[in-house]
Ligand binder design. Structure first.
Ligand code: TRP
Length: 328
């Protein structure tokens, strides 16, 4: 079947993936493979802009690639590669930086937030983060970029950067990408309050053992208003119920919905059931992950092949770009 166009997305290598990564992004990446030619890039250069992320860069990159393959990224069709393996992106980054007003970068809410979080590490690379991201997208002549809502300003920036470049050099070699904002709402952590993430240690890893998963699930905060087992609960404000809806068979979800509201089922029982359905849902992922991990050469081979295919596209674009800029 003819594909509808090319999808590109960059994923930061922060190590083993959790439920938030899966529901917020990976599930969508897997589904897009059916209709689009997909390129997924582990953005190690972007990770270098923040010191915390550089510590285990190699291991984190491997773990992320492993999780992506286990979750259903198909490397025979899809290109999965590591950003720094295709150095053409740094060349395009330099050229795009020439059409980027500095004030636009320092005005971005994402940049201001990083400065607030880490005022001592405001490096040049960090300021240029969105330019590098624009280079990622433009280098592969991307039609569509699936991202979370937090990345929307960066995507808008990338679109403008492509327009500025094409205008300045009177060309149309670069393609203005469309964005596809993920429909999923944000996944809350086991605290039931904050977005699930590693830094808050409120996450549940996809690759955790069934027993670890059960322990994390039993720590989950439920309806905060429900104090006693005999109080009726409100599933509408319960994070466990929200996730039941994703992982538990429909009839059981309906039973929990009804029974919770009339205190027929307690939170402990509800969480036990959730741990069961989650472990069941992750069974095939975990089996596949173990199978891939048992072949230590497999992930490096996939990434090397991905880089070769990505490089071919990238070099072709760069030849056109260099010509458009009239580099001597
Ligand atoms: N900035 C993105 C994030 O933090 C990662 C990223 C890098 C990206 N390059 C990209 C996303 C290109 C989409 C397209 O999640």
């Amino acid at each position: 079947m003819a594909k509808k166009g090319r999808v590109f997305s960059g994923i930061r290598p922060t190590g083993r993936a959790h439920l938030g990564n899966y529901l917020g992004a990976f599930k969508n990446y897997v589904a897009l493979q059916d209709d689009y030619e997909c390129i997924y890039c582990i953005v190690d250069l972007h990770a270098l802009t923040t010191v915390e992320d550089t510590l285990n860069l190699k291991q984190n990159t491997y773990d992320l690639a492993l999780d992506l393959l286990a979750v259903g990224i198909r490397p025979e069709e899809t290109i999965l590669f590591v950003q720094s393996h295709v150095p053409q992106v740094t060349e395009l980054h330099t050229l795009l930086s020439m059409v980027t007003p500095l004030g636009k970068l320092t005005d971005l809410p994402t940049f201001k937030e990083k400065v607030r979080q880490n005022p001592k590490n405001v490096n040049y690379g960090l300021v240029g983060y969105p330019v590098l991201m624009s280079a990622d997208i433009a280098l592969y002549k991307t039609d569509l970029v699936p991202v979370g809502i937090d990345q929307a300003p960066h995507l808008e920036f990338a679109r403008e950067t492509v327009r500025s470049f094409n205008y300045r050099y009177n060309t149309n070699v670069l393609i203005e990408p469309l964005m596809k904002i993920a429909e999923v709402q944000k996944v809350l952590g086991i605290d039931g309050k904050e977005k699930m993430g590693k830094s808050l240690n409120n996450h549940i890893e996809l690759a955790a053992s069934p027993e670890e998963t059960r322990q994390r699930v039993m720590m989950m905060v439920t309806d905060p208003q429900r104090m006693k087992r005999t109080d009726p609960g409100n599933p509408d404000v319960c994070n466990v119920f929200t996730l039941h809806k994703v992982f538990t068979p429909k009839e059981d979800v309906e039973m929990i919905n009804v029974e919770c509201r009339r205190a027929g089922i307690g939170c402990v029982d509800c969480k036990k059931r959730f741990a069961e359905s989650l472990n069941k849902a992750l069974e095939s992922f975990r089996a596949k992950r173990a199978e891939i991990a048992a072949q230590p050469d497999l992930v490096p081979a996939v990434l090397a092949d991905g880089a070769d295919r990505a490089r071919a596209i990238a070099e072709k674009t760069m030849q056109e770009v260099r010509a458009a800029v009239q580099l001597p």
